[in-house]
Ligand binder design. Structure first.
Ligand SMILES: NC(=O)c1ccc[n+]([C@@H]2O[C@H](COP(=O)([O-])OP(=O)(O)OC[C@H]3O[C@@H](n4cnc5c(N)ncnc54)[C@H](O)[C@@H]3O)[C@@H](O)[C@H]2O)c1
Length: 339
């Protein structure tokens, strides 16, 4: 079995490669990644010399390049993680989100249609459902919740999902989609909430929290997400959407305080900054369907996952130190100065 994994030098894609290496040691894994600011080949150091692993630097929106890869490797399965993934950057510059997340998905779907495939899996997000009010804790996103996007990022992800549905229905392609809640764990780029707060706390720098920090997200340890995708590839039904979530809703401010407590740092580092434009209030997944259909349940409790994550960042200082010293510094200044 040959599995082509796009975006495998990013956070979730790399964790998925490590998961697949363990759970299916006989599979050939091909990673296609453009190595944008969010992709880091160092992350794949432990597999790069594995004879059953191939890395190819390519843009999923480059039709010629992607067709050449399919011609040369004929993958059986494609899992598309490649995306521009940061909401704040989509507010600054939506164009690249449409190019990669929408046009790139279309190129991959066309390549799958041209060369034949056993399964195409689209890694989507709970953000396609929009948000839920804070005062209705009884409401959750199900697979039937209408798409109702807020940011250019979520609009681009929802567009890609609609394209997948259209290709499945029109061309009968074997497509599945998963929509997961917020992930955390090793190798997450330090612009995202949890690694950003860990890095700043370790440097005794202010911890910028949007608005009042009361926005609620449902947090899932990345390995649980990877296991869910593996199960969908093995046993999922073609044409089906699967919601993946941990029933672990937390306010941003409580996450930040938890990180400070683990690191033994003072809460006076917390600095409230002007809220993100159009900031979604609450995301909450109902994962009943994937539990009933595929027997999936999250295995890592938040209390354990966050300890493991903080310790990973402590032990892998070299991995993120290079990132925060590079181009990211300019982005950080633009985002948080004068806010
Ligand atoms: N992080 C989360 O909490 C979360 C939650 C739900 C769903 N998702 C989805 O999971 C997927 C992976 O998210 P992530 O957090 O690992 O993102 P990430 O930003 O860490 O990684 C994205 C990867 O895609 C690569 N990439 C970007 N544009 C590309 C292109 N045009 N061609 C080839 N490669 C390209 C980057 O180099 C990077 O390696 C995304 O599709 C995202 O929408 C993420």
């Amino acid at each position: 079995m040959k599995v082509l994994i796009t975006g495998g030098a990013g956070f979730i894609g790399s964790n998925f490669i490590f998961h697949m290496r363990e759970s299916h040691p006989d599979y050939d894994l091909i990673c296609v990644d453009k190595l944008t600011y969010a992709g880091n080949l160092e992350t794949l150091a432990s597999v790069i010399n594995d004879p059953k692993f191939t890395f190819i630097k390519a843009d999923i929106a480059d039709r010629k390049g992607i067709y050449e890869i399919f011609e040369a490797h004929h993958p059986d399965v494609v899992v598309n993680f490649a995306a521009e993934s940061h909401v704040d950057r989509s507010i600054e510059n939506p164009s690249v989100f449409l190019e990669t997340n929408v046009m790139g998905t279309q190129v991959l779907l066309d390549a799958c249609r041209t060369y034949g495939i056993q399964r195409y899996h689209q890694v989507s997000t709970d953000e396609v459902y929009g948000d839920l009010p804070l005062d209705r804790p009884d409401l959750f996103f199900t697979e039937q919740t209408p798409l109702h996007t807020s940011s250019p990022y979520s609009a681009s992800k929802a567009s890609a999902d609609l394209l997948c549905n259209a290709y499945q229905r029109t061309y009968g392609m074997p497509i599945t989609i998963s929509r997961c809640s917020n992930n955390y764990g090793p190798y997450q780029f330090p612009e995202k909430l949890i690694p950003l707060m860990i890095a700043n706390a370790l440097a005794d720098k202010p911890l910028p929290v949007y608005g009042e920090g009361i926005n609620v997200r449902d947090w899932l340890y990345v390995e649980d997400h990877c296991r869910a995708i593996d199960l969908i590839l093995e046993h999922g039904k073609v044409g089906q959407v699967y919601n993946i979530g941990g029933h672990n809703e937390m306010r941003n401010i409580d996450i930040v305080k938890k990180i400070l407590a683990i690191l033994g740092k003072t809460e006076s580092l917390i600095t409230y900054v002007t809220d993100r434009k159009g900031h979604d209030m609450r995301y909450a997944i109902d994962p009943t369907f994937i539990h009933q259909e595929l027997g999936w349940l999250p295995e890592t409790k938040f209390a354990d996952g966050i300890e493991k994550t903080v310790h990973w960042y402590l032990e892998n200082h070299g991995w993120w130190k290079n990132i925060i010293n590079g181009e990211y510094q300019n982005y950080y200044e633009r985002m948080y100065r004068n806010r």
